[in-house]
Design a protein around this ligand. Structure first.
Ligand code: NAD
Length: 508
């Protein structure tokens, strides 16, 4: 069973692999510690699976596909009806595990699980979601229809920042469509995905239909090149996503890669000040800025620039602490490396002449002397050539860009290579509509920060934040995880007279 939430002993527990319905110990010599980012406590050891283990996971998925593909839709849907019930039952346990290994606050960890749970609920509608279409009498006595069929073994590679939501973006929809799945979660926080896997098995996912392997580049490269894998879903950083997309595509697979971001929120001077600044600060610093849809750039237009002191004042009120501490607004960042990287970028911003309005480096956090904490940090006077503007910081750092007009704000946002999410804060419908129409970013919030669509829509990041045409969940992922087969059919009436040989392409 999982390594999760067991009492600490001298030897940390090991995270298991899930192969063919069994939770098994890896035989690898290569292990990595899973560390609580608030305390540095070693929670578990995660294996980097051997080639044989990776191949066994794919083989088990390939074998299971032979029967799962023809399992009735209702039976598949009922597995997810059960899974959503089990996730609700274990919500607190999942959130506690997530906070321990990832660092985010408990309420935010529950949010992480809940946004994934919504996708599981969506998977229960697979019957209507996967319907085909028919046209009768496309020629004399001829009907054409299409059916959706599963494509085979699919793989998923997930990042550290949403260890519940993003695995749940992937395997429920893939499996509900009749595919089988191999998931490789982030090696930084693999325990929450394993708890979800246990629930999936308890819910009735048959052996081999869901497999979980652990590791890093070697495991990812094997999944992207394995001949039995038909599709790869990836969420993570841009440089890895580009690699995954190229490798998977070169090996004839479908690939969808959701990657890095630099999300701009435009604040107009007519915006509702209190609501807008609360949203900005919440979306900038929540989850310690480690969300792909975090607001990392505030574009203040005209008179809205007078609100910089108010933004700083609000950011100062946020409580930074261990994720389990009541009232904590943000926890630590995921690792010592991440903290060093973020602090290095803050220093770069200072060196390049950006104005440091709030310095969150080296905060003293009561009871957590060893945590990877960075408190809210704000720069103003930032221009597009500054490193803090160009790089995805992925930490609690909000940078402020000042412009005079809405047109300038739109131009700056559209010139940024990323296109994951954006937002506008205004009380003017006309301004909001112009923004919605002209902005070249795939997900837009109007007076809404972090506009991550609910699962009946799809996640539609664009431009440099995405490779592949189709996004996770919603209608798009049904297309991604199925092959359309179009059938043109005529049934002969034995009594009818044959019209003879037809050597043309036309249907009669
Ligand atoms: P990451 O790219 O380092 O890791 C993602 C996955 O790739 C992990 O499973 C990891 O083991 C694997 N990996 C790491 N290095 C690899 C390599 N060289 N070759 C092959 N595989 C490799 O990302 P992360 O740090 O875990 O997550 C943060 C990033 O994810 C940020 O850039 C964030 O914007 C992005 N993200 C994007 C979205 C989105 O929907 N666009 C959502 C969440 C996170």
């Amino acid at each position: 069973m999982s390594a999760v939430l067991k009492p600490q002993s001298a030897t940390p527990p090991t995270v298991k692999l899930l192969i063919n319905g069994q939770f098994v110990e890896s035989k690898t010599q290569n292990w990595k510690d899973v560390v609580n980012p608030a305390t540095q406590e070693v929670l578990a050891r995660v294996p980097f699976a051997t080639q044989d283990e990776l191949n066994a996971a794919v083989a088990s998925a390939a074998e299971a596909f032979k029967t799962w593909r023809n399992t009735p839709i209702g039976a598949r849907a009922r597995v997810f009806l059960k899974l959503q019930e089990l996730i609700r039952r274990d919500m607190k346990k999942l959130a506690a595990c997530l906070t321990a290994e990832q660092g985010k606050t408990l309420p935010d960890a529950e949010g992480d699980v809940f946004r994934g749970l919504e996708v599981v609920e969506h998977a229960c509608s697979i019957g209507t979601l996967s319907l085909g279409e028919i046209a009768e009498n496309v020629a004399g006595g001829v009907d054409t229809y299409f059916i959706r069929q599963p494509i085979g073994v699919c793989a998923g590679i997930t990042p550290f920042n949403f260890p519940a939501m993003i695995p749940l973006w992937m395997f429920p929809m893939a499996i509900a469509c009749g595919n089988t799945f191999v998931l490789k979660p982030s090696e930084q926080d693999p325990m929450t995905p394993m708890l979800l896997a246990e629930l999936a098995i308890e819910a009735g996912v048959p052996p081999g239909v869901l497999n979980i392997v652990h590791g890093g580049k070697e495991a990812v490269d094997l999944l992207c090149t394995h001949p039995d894998i038909k599709a790869v879903s990836f969420v993570g950083s841009t440089h890895v996503g580009e690699h995954v997309y190229k490798l998977s595509s070169e090996h004839g697979k479908r690939a969808q890669c959701m990657m890095g971001a630099k999300n701009h929120a435009v604040v107009m001077p007519d915006a509702n000040k209190e609501h807008s600044l609360n949203a900005l600060v919440g979306a900038g610093f929540g989850a310690a800025g480690q969300r792909c849809m975090a607001t990392s750039v505030a574009v203040l237009v005209g008179e809205a620039n007078k609100w910089i002191p108010d933004i700083v004042a609000k950011a100062k009120t946020l409580k930074v602490s261990g994720g389990t501490v009541a009232g904590a607004d943000l926890g630590p960042v995921v690792s010592k490396n991440a903290r060093a990287r973020i602090e290095g970028l803050i220093q770069k911003g200072i060196d390049e002449g950006c104005k440091l309005e709030l310095d969150g480096r080296n905060p003293k956090i009561d009871g957590y002397p060893d945590g990877n904490f960075v408190a809210p940090t704000i720069f103003s006077g930032v221009k597009p050539h500054h490193t803090v503007y160009k790089e995805e910081i992925f930490g609690p750092v909000l940078i402020i860009v000042s412009v005079d007009t809405l047109d300038e704000a739109i131009a700056i946002t559209n010139a940024n290579p990323f296109g994951n999410g954006t937002g506008i804060f205004t009380q003017s419908g006309a301004v909001a509509r112009k923004f919605e129409n002209e902005i070249d970013v795939g997900q837009v919030g109007i007076n809404v920060p972090i506009p991550v669509p609910v699962p009946y829509f799809s996640f539609t990041g664009s431009r440099g934040s995405k490779l592949g045409d189709l996004g996770p969940y919603g209608k798009q992922v049904i297309q991604f995880y199925t092959q359309v087969k179009t059938v043109t059919a005529r049934w002969f009436d034995d009594a009818a007279v044959s019209t003879g040989v037809n050597t043309t392409i036309s249907l009669k």
